[in-house]
Ligand binder design. Structure first.
Ligand SMILES: [Zn+2]
Length: 101
């Protein structure tokens, strides 16, 4: 019996569901949040742990702001939603996975 994926009905050899699922979890979410003292911060969620520190450093330099890593998320001071997508793309993250809300 051939091994068939229950999700897409293709042979397991041809099926890409698993890869798509992985990419789904790798979505990068960008949103702003009000932190203490009503300061606005920009949160970047979903950056791979192995790259999070260099990504933070690069974003701080590119956007000229302060920031930190908190609970595996990048938290930058100020609202950088408009430039974040461009900055991340330039650093090699695919545009399709970046979701600015
Ligand atoms: Zn499948």
């Amino acid at each position: 019996m051939p091994d068939i994926c229950p999700k897409c009905g293709l042979l397991k050899d041809l099926c890409v569901c698993e890869i798509l699922d992985k990419e789904e979890t790798r979505k990068i979410k960008v949103y702003t949040e009000r932190a203490k003292f009503k300061k606005l911060v920009t949160v970047v969620e979903g950056i791979d742990k192995s790259r999070i520190k260099e990504t933070l450093a690069e974003l701080k330099r590119k956007l000229a702001c302060g920031g930190t890593v908190k609970d595996d998320m990048i938290v930058l001071q100020g609202n950088h939603k408009r430039r974040m997508s461009d900055a991340l793309v330039k650093m090699g993250y695919p545009k399709e996975v970046i979701e600015v809300t």
